[in-house]
Design a protein around this ligand. Structure first.
Ligand SMILES: Nc1ncnc2c1ncn2[C@@H]1O[C@H](COP(=O)(O)OP(=O)(O)OP(=O)(O)O)[C@@H](O)[C@H]1O
Length: 580
């Protein structure tokens, strides 16, 4: 309530400035701040949240500039009508690029940065070689602006102010929404986000479109502000450079970070880098920025937020085994008998390597099936095929009679398939609680309500004994706890089928016993489990049936005791020691 009142007060004061007789010089100065706030905040919605760093923000801003320049001067559109048109066109271009680029998660990092930068050059070349600009620039000084701010400067100030409000409100609501949580997960590990149920492709497209639309709208306003637009100024590489710098300084992963960075850099620039000793001023600003970025690598706002939130650092702390709840309730009641998962002649090739050569097996509801076999026999590949991480070369996988092979991993996750990773792959910038809650939120087809998400999250944290580490970041956890966060994330989705990939690997004997006990309790709650394991005492203790893979196909399948004594299994896998 207090926050809301302060926000309303600040908005009211800023909105009234043009009517209080403030000089045009100061209104223009504030307009420039709003301008950078919009560009930096809009950049953050794509690049800060998802980690897809764009160096092409000038392209979308420029599309906005030239949309307004063209529509007002050549087609006599009213200025205000060109703003949504500019936003729409920028969003459409972004979606067209995204449809190609976002298909796979491979085109990120420097590839995405270079690609978006080259989009700027392409758009600039098109504009400068057509009637849109013809290389000479476009005058907009005669364009009529609606008087919403007492004077012409006041009106432009108001347009900039409204744009900044819209950008900040958009970023704020995205940051606090399910969509925003999905974007932040994409930032940390896109493959895992997808496997946990986040529709990564759609989310990236939407954030790119929103980010570009805001930049395009700001371009539309700025075209009228400058009055004469040129290709050189509009598509200057300094636009994305400033925007990136502002966002890093303020904190790109927070809704307010880019805006704070924009205010600081714009004010510093005007205060220090003008006058007789401008060079020293610029060097001073650059040095100050370097120091701040080194001291606060995640940016000013996230660092302050973290400090105020008093996040505890529990590195190496003993595990709170005591808080474990004894029973975990799955989403669907499980029994024995009916087939839950069916793999029919599943094959997978990586180029010339045939990782799976025709796996056929059934998993019954409520059972634990152990997947064992020598290194390279295809166990992890099969887990990756069931969870949809790898596309299928041939064959068919069904879950309760419904084909899941060929579906996106997030759809398979929403059908009730959850998995863990041999080497834990946690979302590093999310706390344990946020890691688990994200999976509770995204891991169902119908979309759980907030109360159900909270219950599932708390239940999973308590079940895995992690309740006292809920506010800790993954970097502060030891391997055992990281593995248990993997468990908690999978359980929070309330899966019908749980895939465990070598969860015991790397744990000491006491931790193995603890994990085995937990898997037993998960099973007694009715969840069906497939687990890949090399540790034979765990296999014998847990498995109802064992499938032995060899060279990409099932060599033997049955009760653990009998299967392990099968001479074929002994010869390819267990060797003399076990047989004895
Ligand atoms: N992404 C990939 N690209 C190319 N080859 C792969 C890929 N993933 C797996 N393979 C190959 O497929 C085969 C099966 O590998 P997989 O990891 O499934 O075996 P595994 O039984 O899980 O082995 P381990 O017990 O060592 O984990 C191996 O020859 C492996 O090199």
């Amino acid at each position: 309530m207090k926050k809301l009142l302060i926000t309303a007060l600040v908005v009211a004061i800023l909105a009234s400035l043009p009517y209080l007789g403030m000089a045009d010089y100061y209104l223009s100065y504030l307009y420039i701040i709003f301008f950078w706030v919009v560009l930096a905040t809009s950049w953050g919605i794509l690049s800060g949240y998802t980690g897809y760093w764009s160096f092409g923000h000038a392209a979308f801003f420029g599309i906005g500039v030239y949309t307004t320049a063209t529509l007002t001067t050549q087609l006599s559109w009213p200025f205000v009508a060109t703003i949504p048109a500019a936003a729409l066109l920028a969003a459409v271009v972004a979606v067209l690029i995204g449809l190609v680029v976002f298909r796979s998660g491979a085109l990120r990092g420097e590839f995405f940065a270079l690609l978006t930068l080259s989009v700027t050059f392409v758009v600039a070349a098109i504009v400068s070689n057509t009637a849109l600009d013809s290389g000479t620039g476009v005058f907009l000084s005669g364009i009529e602006i609606p008087m919403i701010g007492a004077t012409a400067s006041g009106s432009l100030y108001m347009f900039g102010f409204i744009a900044a409000l819209v950008a900040l409100a958009t970023s704020y609501f995205i940051f606090h929404s399910k969509f925003g949580q999905g974007l932040l997960a994409i930032h940390d590990d896109e493959d895992v986000a997808e496997v946990k149920g986040v529709p990564t492709f759609r989310y990236k497209l939407i954030s790119f479109a929103v980010s570009s639309a805001l930049a395009g709208a700001m371009g539309a306003i700025h075209a009228v502000y400058v009055g004469y637009v040129t290709v050189g100024e509009t598509f200057a590489v300094t636009v994305p450079l400033y925007v990136v710098l502002m966002s890093i300084l303020g904190g790109a992963r927070h809704w307010a970070g880019p805006a704070i960075g924009a205010v600081i850099i714009t004010v510093m620039q005007s205060a220090i880098v003008s006058g007789a000793h401008a060079e020293f001023g610029r060097a001073g600003v650059a040095l100050a920025l370097i120091v701040v970025i080194l001291v606060l690598p995640s940016g000013i706002v996230p660092s302050l937020v973290r400090r105020f939130a008093h996040r505890r650092s529990g590195a190496g702390a003993p595990t709170g085994f005591a808080q474990v709840v004894t029973q975990f309730a799955p989403s669907a009641q499980a029994g024995s008998g009916p087939v839950l998962l069916k793999c029919e002649d599943v094959t997978k090739s990586f180029g010339g390597i045939r990782a799976l050569t025709g796996v056929t097996l059934e998993v019954r509801r409520g059972e634990i099936l152990a997947l064992v076999g020598p290194n390279g026999s295809g166990k992890s590949t099969l887990i990756n095929m069931i969870s949809g991480h790898y596309s299928m070369t041939s064959g068919k996988i069904t879950l309760e009679g419904v084909e899941i092979s060929g579906r996106s991993p997030h759809l398979i996750a929403q059908q009730g398939v959850a998995r863990t990773y041999q080497i834990p792959r946690l979302f590093d910038n999310l706390t344990v609680l946020e890691n688990v809650r994200l999976c509770a939120k995204f891991g169902s087809a119908d979309g759980r309500g907030a109360a159900a998400v909270d219950v599932a999250t708390e239940e999973a944290l308590a079940f895995t004994g992690l309740a006292d580490k809920a506010d800790v970041l993954p970097e502060a956890l030891n391997l055992h706890d990281r593995k248990f966060v993997e468990f908690a994330r999978a359980l929070a989705a309330k899966p019908r089928l749980l895939l465990l990939d070598e969860v015991l690997c790397g744990l000491n004997p006491a931790e193995v016993d603890h994990a085995v006990e937990m898997i037993k309790r998960i099973k007694s709650g009715g969840t069906t489990i497939i687990f890949v394991e090399h540790l034979m005492r765990a296999v014998v203790a847990l498995a109802d049936r064992v499938a032995v893979l060899d060279q990409g196909k099932v060599l033997a399948l049955g009760h653990p005791g009998e299967t392990m004594r099968d001479p074929a299994v002994v010869s390819v896998y267990l060797g003399g020691s076990h047989a004895a």
